[in-house]
Design a protein around this ligand. Sequence first.
Ligand SMILES: NC(=O)c1ccc[n+]([C@@H]2O[C@H](COP(=O)([O-])OP(=O)(O)OC[C@H]3O[C@@H](n4cnc5c(N)ncnc54)[C@H](O)[C@@H]3O)[C@@H](O)[C@H]2O)c1
Ligand SMILES: [Zn+2]
Length: 372
Amino acid sequence: MNSVPTVTVSLADRSYEIAIRAGLLEKLGREMKRYGLKGKVGVVTDRHVAPHYLKKIIETAKQSGLEPVPIILAPGERAKSLHTVEHILDVLARHRFERSSHLLALGGGVVGDLTGFAASIYQRGIPYIQVPTTLVAQVDSSVGGKTGVDHRLGKNLIGTFYQPRAVWIDPLTLHTLPTREWVAGLAEVIKYGIIADESFFTYLERKMPALQKQIPQVVASVVKRSCEIKAEVVAADERESDRRRILNYGHTIGHALEALGGYQSLVHGEAVGIGLVQEADLACFQGFCTDKVVAAIRRMVTEAGLSDRLPRATPTKMWKAMLHDKKVSSGQVIGVWPTRIGEVRMAPLGKDVFDRWYAESRAASVNASVVS
Ligand SMILES: NC(=O)c1ccc[n+]([C@@H]2O[C@H](COP(=O)([O-])OP(=O)(O)OC[C@H]3O[C@@H](n4cnc5c(N)ncnc54)[C@H](O)[C@@H]3O)[C@@H](O)[C@H]2O)c1
Ligand SMILES: [Zn+2]
């Protein structure tokens, strides 16, 4: 019997399971057998992750009778390019990977997005399994089947929807994650509470100190609940035509801030953390929620160790960067606005409203810093 707690992503014949358990990496042989993996397995990872976990996975694969082929990439967002995909495809072709050969994505969102994309196009699609090792990847990017790479004219501009065969999560891998990356991942976790589950938000308020200490049980249950929410949203709208857009809460401003910083000054989750607070403030400005909601979100974000403040930028630059986000449709920014904790609504945002809000919130933050 398999006692690993699982979350199912229900997508008819493309449904798959997310297994979450501390120590799962030590037991991957069992999972490999359960999924009937055979022959060649490409283990895609990066140079930061490889020293910690690659050897173990290669050994396990060999013991399970597989032929593992490690593919070690440069770490970081800059590697998320077509050039890297070409490199992965070269290795697969050189080793004569077949339609039934699997890829394993061992790493953060960058490795996961790259591996999923390569898997979706090699021989018109081979199966891949996500083995996420960052908090962002465990609660977000490994689930849902969005794959892709960046283009010099835009992040994630090239990609596919291509679901993994399974997601294997070992929260213990988060122990080696740099603190900055861990904290960044908390922004996505907090987001789930705000968009879909008030009691999860309350749980996070209570457990934030334990979560910060990475108490294994708390981490596992937070990862599990986050995956459940993501799975439910993805199952309802796989290709982001409607409900899946709620996952973009905090990301309209978040993506704009990342772009304005040239993807150098803020990591994704840090930008999203600011986005969660600022978009709530903008929601309140438009009358969608009370200032109590904004205060609760601000408190949670700062307690997680994230910033809630907009970095300096002109409103015109901000607006332009927001319009660049590919979620924008026909020149309109469609915002996701909290109405209370656990519920959001979508509505377009006009430039005039944005400008007024920006001027007011700038004035307020300048006054606040003069006082303090
Ligand atoms: N597909 C989706 O639905 C989706 C959702 C959210 C984000 N993303 C994408 O994910 C990417 C961000 O992912 P990320 O935050 O995981 O960044 P990342 O993949 O760059 O990982 C962050 C850093 O942590 C290192 N690392 C990873 N796991 C580690 C571990 N266990 N121990 C030590 N170091 C480790 C990595 O080498 C890297 O330096 C972005 O490209 C974003 O667009 C995709
Ligand atoms: Zn995100």
